[in-house]
Design a protein around this ligand. Structure first.
Ligand SMILES: [Zn+2]
Length: 371
């Protein structure tokens, strides 16, 4: 018998902050999947820092259809905790530890949910996918989509992303586009007149980025009231390296984190960014992690999730998930244990009552799509 709380504690004890390798936690998850009779496949790569990352695909059963339970095994950094964030503890009906809520608790619930089904019970397969690097751009999910044999062998139409929603049914989230613009200058003592201050090239570019921000957040044309807030994130960062007052900055970087909404004209905005960069003589890189995903209310997976959670209302969320990647392939629902309010916080926790709710919901969904 899988005790989801105990398994969560085991998972928390691995420090799988995205900058570290998640190999050890994937090894343990693979042991569990194998013991449960799943075929497994490791999708490995080295990240941009050369760190080994392992996404894991498990499948039980064969053929088209079925359902995928999707989660990630990396966590965000944990600083400023009063206790060791990787040594879980239980207090007042809550499990504390980095990843308890986002989302190792959910990974454990998926294992507990699938344990009772034999291959002979299944007319369509159950998939469990545990990705690397969800918190830092979803490379693990991309690698699974591109390279996994198990994941791509049959036609799979439905997936559940087990991110924390307090078991509410989420059918859409915004997309993710990152912009990085770099102005070059030349460092010198500012009094000499010999330097070239990179900030001076950046300033007119920033004015244009601010104008776009103002439009997106105040002009109703860009709004989508299915979301809260109803406007796209356009978060501007500025960095000239913290030069001393009397040094001309040799480089200035502006970043924009853009979370497009469905039906938003991303192309016209990114064109404006490129044109502004051209006028200012600075270089710009625009990278799309993924489009927003929106699953229609009448999709079978949304209807099944509403029934399984005994609810009538669907929701949308402003944050992103591996749905940025998987959403291009299948109808997704985000439904998982824990409250997003506790994700990424100091002293992250999950209410112990959430575990059984998640296990029961995932079982009901599996029975609907696979039995
Ligand atoms: Zn997460």
């Amino acid at each position: 018998m899988i005790d989801a709380v105990e398994v969560t504690k085991d998972l928390i004890r691995f420090n799988s902050v995205s900058s570290h390798s998640n190999k050890a936690v994937s090894d343990l998850l693979e042991e569990h999947l194998s013991a449960l009779g799943f075929q497994t496949e490791r999708v490995e790569y080295n990240d941009s820092a050369g760190i080994n990352k392992v996404s894991l695909v498990g499948r039980k059963g064969r053929g088209d259809g079925g359902i995928a339970l999707l989660g990630h095994s990396d966590v965000v950094p944990a600083e400023g905790w009063e206790r060791d964030p990787f040594e879980p503890w239980i207090e007042d009906g809550r499990l504390y530890g980095r990843g308890s809520c986002d989302m190792k608790g959910s990974l454990a619930c998926m294992l507990a949910a699938v344990e009772e089904y034999q291959v002979s019970d299944l007319h369509s397969p159950i998939y469990i996918v545990y990705t690397a690097d969800e918190e830092v751009g979803c490379q693990g999910a991309s690698e699974v989509m591109e390279r996994s044999r198990l994941f791509n062998e049959y036609n799979l139409k439905y997936g559940i992303i087990g991110e924390p929603t307090l078991m509410q049914v989420v059918r859409a989230h915004k997309g993710m586009v990152t912009i990085r613009a770099v102005a070059e200058g030349k460092a010198a003592h500012s009094s000499t007149g010999m330097g070239r201050n990179a900030n001076l090239s950046m300033i007119p570019f920033l004015v244009e980025m601010k104008a776009i921000y103002d439009e997106l957040t105040t002009n109703e044309i860009h709004f989508d009231h299915e979301f809260e807030p109803p406007f796209a994130d356009w978060n501007i960062g500025i960095n000239d390296g913290g030069m001393p007052l009397n040094v001309t900055a040799p480089e200035c970087v502006c970043t924009v984190n853009y979370r497009p909404m469905p039906n938003q004209d991303q192309e016209s905005l990114t064109t404006r960014v490129r044109e502004a960069a051209g006028r200012c003589g600075i270089s710009v890189t625009i990278r799309k992690t993924g489009d927003p995903f929106v699953t229609p209310v009448d999709s079978e997976v949304i209807q099944a999730a509403l029934q399984a959670t005994n609810s009538e209302q669907t929701h949308t969320v402003p944050y992103g998930t591996d749905g940025l990647i998987f959403g291009s392939r299948m109808d997704l629902v985000v439904v998982g244990p824990g409250d997003i309010q506790q994700a990424h916080t100091v002293n992250e926790w999950m209410d112990l009552g959430q575990f059984q709710l998640a296990i029961d919901t995932y079982r009901t969904m599996i029975e609907r799509f696979c039995l």
